[in-house]
Design a binder for this molecule. Structure first.
Ligand code: NAD
Length: 435
């Protein structure tokens, strides 16, 4: 099938390449010329495992092209819209400028029977507002939220755990049928395919993210209680996680969530609920956000504690900059936030990360970056682990670290290290919510 994908960022570039890899003919469209040039050369403009391979395969096969010209969307049967919906500069609501611009740009090139599939995460009610704008073209609008996880985006796009398609009342085109054809390999496998109305589809996405954020902040709230009682939140998480109704996943206490989705999505959800007169229904999300941000303060405090109350001119090695491993995404990264705060307190901060240094440097040029992990920790007075890359969590032994650093203080912002092993090697170990 001929498809267009409008917006070629973390979501759209992967979606375009993944759709080509399952046999579709895809044009990816973006306003960012540099991104389109890179993608056209088969280069992924960001780090995502597996993406370079499917990009070059798609381009070599002739089924995958990229352009800045919206006119190239003409002739596609389905148009996926995956442009950004960041937090507005003046508040917590979602900024819909890019979604509106993408629809404005696309409308002249739609033909009767086309399906426009919104993939961006939008406040509930957005799709109903957009539908009339494409009605006169004879195309139909569906909302097809995306649940991919960065770091596993290729797999999640080709083989999702569910497909949700929101449709408007009284549509004459069988849009869900067309999307079943688009996602044929997943549908053939029996992947749940859930057809809803537009509002439900929009809500499914924000509800899923709100739930995940709440689960993380729940365990981080337990970490705060553990910290004043001497309890160990990791044991607590293991023990409650054995209850199948609770489950152990997303119960990792640490410096909390970040990235281009969870923080802005829970804020936009709260803002939208306020607009709908139901602010109190999701008032807990404010608490979820606050707990999350407090954990960053806690991590900074632990470094201060470890260094005797002040970090001025002390070298602190920060292991990680990306908001999570297997990604170079630094949007709202708790790791970088901690680094910036330590820098603000006068520490000589050296940040290392396997993939995210270029992005981090562009955003925070005031910090010092070092690609080599061992060079980053050399002569450090303290180390703080903030992104749980295997290179730091599994592959850095306390005995090896001891040969490089000046001090013996380690703050484990992700509870990923073995406290016994680090203490046995003479280190002062601080975890999050553990004694
Ligand atoms: P992104 O910032 O990486 O990409 C957005 C892209 O849209 C950019 O390349 C930008 O240049 C392009 N764009 C902006 N205006 C345009 C226009 N008028 N025409 C064409 N292109 C335009 O963002 P992202 O992470 O890919 O997220 C996109 C959307 O998907 C957001 O709503 C996000 O919440 C949602 N989402 C993201 C993820 C994820 O893991 N990144 C997962 C699920 C949902």
């Amino acid at each position: 099938m001929r498809l267009s994908v409008i917006g070629c960022g973390y979501l759209g570039a992967v979606h375009a390449a993944a759709m080509a890899s399952i046999g579709h003919e895809v044009v990816g469209i973006d306003v960012d010329e540099r991104k389109i040039e890179a993608l056209s050369r088969g280069e992924a403009p960001f780090f995502e495992p597996g993406l370079p391979e499917i990009l070059s395969e798609g381009i070599a096969s002739g089924r995958l092209t990229f352009t800045t010209a919206m006119a190239a969307a003409r002739g596609a049967k389905v148009h996926f819209v995956g442009v950004g919906t960041p937090q507005r500069a003046d508040g917590h609501a979602a900024d819909l400028t890019y979604v509106n611009a993408a629809f404005d740009g696309l409308v002249p090139f739609l033909t009767p029977g086309d399906v426009v599939a919104g993939k961006s995460t939008v406040p509930v009610g957005t799709a109903a507002g957009l539908a009339p704008r494409i009605e006169s073209t004879g195309a139909v609008l569906v909302w097809n939220p995306e649940f991919l996880r960065e770091g596993f985006a290729v797999k999640d796009t080709i083989d999702p755990d569910r497909i949700v398609v929101g449709v408007a009342d009284g549509q004459t085109v069988d849009a869900p049928g067309i999307l079943r054809e688009v996602y044929a390999p997943a549908v053939a496998k029996g992947t749940p395919f859930i057809v809803t109305d537009l509002a439900t589809a929009e809500l499914v996405k924000v509800a899923a993210n709100a739930f995940l954020a709440t689960k993380i902040s729940f365990i981080n709230a337990m970490a705060e209680i553990a910290e004043v009682t001497g309890a160990d939140v990791t044991q607590l998480a293991d023990a409650i996680g054995h209850d199948a109704r609770i489950g152990r996943r997303f119960l990792g206490a640490g410096i909390g969530f970040g990235g281009g989705c969870l923080p802005k999505d829970i804020r936009a959800f709260s803002a939208r609920a306020e607009e709908l007169g139901r602010g109190e229904s999701v008032a807990f999300l404010r608490e979820v956000d606050e707990i999350n941000l407090r954990r960053r303060d806690r991590a900074v405090q632990l470094v201060l504690d470890g260094l005797g109350g002040q970090v001025f001119e002390k070298k602190v090695a920060v292991l990680g900059a990306a908001f999570k491993p297997h990604s170079d995404d630094i949007r709202d990264s708790p790791a970088l936030d901690v680094a910036v705060r330590l820098h603000g307190l006068g520490a000589h901060v050296v940040v290392t990360d396997p993939e995210a240094i270029a992005n981090a440097r562009a955003k925070h040029p005031q910090l010092t970056y070092e690609a080599d992990r061992d060079e980053a920790i050399r002569d450090a007075d303290a180390i703080i682990l903030v992104t749980e890359w295997d290179k730091y969590r599994r592959e850095l032994s306390p005995s090896h670290a001891s040969t490089l650093t000046a001090g013996r203080v380690i703050v484990d912002g992700r509870n990923g290290l073995d406290p016994t092993a680090w203490r046995a090697a003479g280190w002062t170990y601080y975890g999050m919510g553990r004694p």
